[in-house]
Design a protein around this ligand. Structure first.
Ligand SMILES: [Fe+2]
Length: 196
């Protein structure tokens, strides 16, 4: 819908949490099999239905150096076995590329880590912009009672590496304890030297 080589504009609707004129791509619970710590709770929840965990509105551009890939993601509220709904999370295939996340609505956390296991978790609420440096994997988690949406932009040739995260998850997980979001260690996480 957008011109290939001339400036263009689009409208972020932070009330409806969508980009006007675009059709979202949905990720359902079933697409995150193996990502939540409590697999029995995951299976029990999936037996009741396969809800949408998040939707994203990608503004595609040619995947070449110099172009920018941007969009809006809306993550729904909920938990699986006490662990908050989250995105799949990824490194960039071109590891040396960064990204900007800017919160539009709701409350959440941005979970990040390097291939070496250095980690950081940053709170997000409307107005908060997070600069994700090159080499840092990133996953968002909705810790609030409402939808959590954010705008993002990265190099269009960055690509996605989901596999590294799918194998063992991030070092830190965000769970509800006594009604509050709490960080816990991921028991499946291993330092690089111990991975097979
Ligand atoms: Fe990214």
């Amino acid at each position: 819908m957008f011109a290939m080589s001339t400036p263009f504009a689009y409208t972020l609707d932070s009330i409806q949490e969508r980009i006007e004129g675009l059709t979202p791509t949905s990720r359902r619970l079933s697409s995150l099999r193996g990502q939540f710590l409590d697999s029995r709770a995951f299976d029990a929840q999936l037996a009741q239905g396969d809800p949408v965990l998040y939707e994203y509105y990608p503004v595609h551009r040619p995947e070449v150096a110099g172009e920018l890939f941007s969009g809006l993601t809306t993550l729904y509220p909920g938990t699986v076995g006490g662990e908050y709904f989250m995105t799949k999370g990824h490194f960039h295939a071109l590891l040396e590329t960064g990204e900007i996340y800017s919160c539009l609505s709701g409350q959440g956390k941005l979970v990040m880590e390097t291939p070496e296991g250095t980690w950081q978790v940053t709170d997000m609420s409307p107005g908060v912009v997070v600069y994700i440096p090159p080499r840092w994997a990133h996953r968002t988690v909705n810790t609030g009672p409402n939808k959590f949406s954010f705008f993002w932009v990265c190099p269009a040739d960055a690509g996605h590496d989901y596999g590294s995260i799918e194998r063992q998850g991030f070092r830190k997980r965000v769970v509800e304890q006594n009604g509050s979001p709490t960080l816990i260690d991921n028991p499946h996480w291993l330092p690089p030297a111990q991975r097979v």
